[in-house]
Write a protein that binds this ligand. Sequence first.
Ligand code: NAP
Length: 245
Amino acid sequence: MTVLVLGGTAEARALAAALVAAGQPVLSSLAGRVSQPLLPVGHVRVGGFGGVRGLVEFLAQQPVSQVVDATHPFAAQISANATAACAATGRPLLRLTRPGWADHPDAPRWRWVPDAHRARAAITGAERPFLTSGRSTLSAFLPLADRDVLVRLVDPPEEPLPVRWRVLLSRGPYELAEERRLLRDHAVDALVTKDSGGAYTVAKLDAAAELGVTVVVIQRPPPPPDVATVTDVAAALAWCLRPVS
Ligand code: NAP
């Protein structure tokens, strides 16, 4: 029987590798949003399931014994779908989600906002904002067309952006020295990020603190209720390999 890992994160790739190393069959699922995704080891499928109904059918047809939702903390729809589909099919579900940045030493100085629109409102005084909150949030910032906005994305934007905006295409992890240089070179005066958490992209926050850059953090959506949750790959591996009566 296979473990289905809902992925698209570094933790999901690490869990797939650990399961393969332990001899446990694993099927990783990716949404297919990114043009050249980093592929996990083991079997991989790509694309949506077709909502809760599609995922229920998938679980009924495939030899999946249990599901790990290791998707990004902001991927709320697939997490809700997994919760509903596992409840409907009786498949055990574990959520693997990295801790957020609320415990970062500078977190009390950041402006925490519930969504991208509030993040835009929080940086109306900025002349050179740096947006790292992802492609799906960009439309909320379009009113800042008259600012020298720097945007960092994995894939190119889907819609044209204001001519004054500059787009950097790259994928983490990032080091403190390069983040410091980037913020300095672009004279960034405000940084917008999701509370993605983890170590891969935290260096921008450390660099912003050093340079006195305003930081605006978009809070995580609420996690799915009543789902067993772990925050590290070792705990998720232990759950997958536990004896099941
Ligand atoms: P989302 O809003 O929660 O999901 C939208 C739809 O995409 C889902 O209903 C599902 O389609 C499909 N989907 C999402 N994740 C999937 C997966 N792992 N396997 C198969 N289908 C999936 O998700 P999102 O925020 O667009 O994120 C998409 C993917 O990118 C996630 O897998 C996530 O781990 C990764 N990611 C997201 C972020 C972020 O900031 N949101 C950042 C880094 C990585 P159906 O309803 O058709 O099944």
